[in-house]
Design a protein around this ligand. Structure first.
Ligand SMILES: Cc1ncc(COP(=O)(O)O)c(C=O)c1O
Length: 219
């Protein structure tokens, strides 16, 4: 039996504001396909294992050479934005593969995309700011936006992702209803969670144009 705690406490108010997960609600029904959790079935297992072995060998070699201090450096805190070499690797990838004009200082490493979502909303949103999201949207984003007390305007998801014209209407709605322009549009252009949709290039370009026209960030 679980023993009650000897003190009582309240959870933070925002925890009461988070709506029930629509996906979990759907899971009460028997479904053929399970879209609730993103759990990659394909991972570079050998490459990841070999990297760990290489790192271990490198550290043992340093210890053998009396360089324990450098090993402590390897496992210690790193700069908040991430290790420079890793940031450079990602910047090179984005430049060479995607033709993006970025340098390593534009890159920040996080422990996952959920941390990135929190960090982005943390620095962009004041209570009452407006965000545009698809309906349905990834719950981790909805919960984070709720926590930062954002007003959420939704646009319907279609088979080709969100429709940029719906986004334009949502921006107008935001001005009418909340008297302010939205701060950002949240979109997952590839393999959206939970809908699984991927936006065709033309739609992405149209969405980009709408965001540029209206001065709204795309996350
Ligand atoms: C769309 C989306 N964003 C973010 C996350 C969280 O990812 P991470 O584990 O990298 O924090 C998930 C996990 O399922 C996801 O589906």
């Amino acid at each position: 039996m679980v023993k009650p705690l000897p003190i009582t406490f309240d959870f933070a108010t925002w925890t009461q504001l988070v709506p029930e997960s629509e996906i979990r609600r759907l899971l009460r029904f028997k479904v053929r396909y399970y879209f609730a959790g993103g759990k990659p079935g394909v991972l570079p297992t050998e490459a990841l294992s070999n990297t760990l072995i290489e790192l271990g060998k490198y550290c043992l070699q340093l210890i053998g050479e009396g360089e324990r201090g450098r090993v402590i450096e390897v496992f210690n805190y790193c700069p908040t934005e991430g290790v420079k070499e890793l940031r450079e690797t990602f910047a090179n990838l984005l430049r060479e593969r995607d033709g993006l004009d970025v340098c390593w200082e534009d890159i920040t490493i996080t422990t996952g995309s959920q941390q990135a979502i929190y960090a982005i909303l943390d620095v962009l949103l004041n209570p009452g700011d407006v965000v545009i999201i698809p309906r349905p949207a990834y719950l981790g984003f909805v919960n984070a936006a709720t926590k930062f007390m954002a007003n959420i305007v939704t646009v319907p998801m279609t088979e080709q992702g969100i429709d940029p014209e719906h986004v334009r209407k949502a921006i107008r709605l935001s001005s009418e209803k909340f008297n302010r322009r939205p701060d950002l549009i949240y979109v997952i252009p590839d393999s959206d969670n939970p809908s699984g949709t991927t936006m065709p290039l033309k739609r992405r370009e149209e969405l980009f144009e709408v965001a540029l026209d209206e001065g709204v960030l795309i996350v």
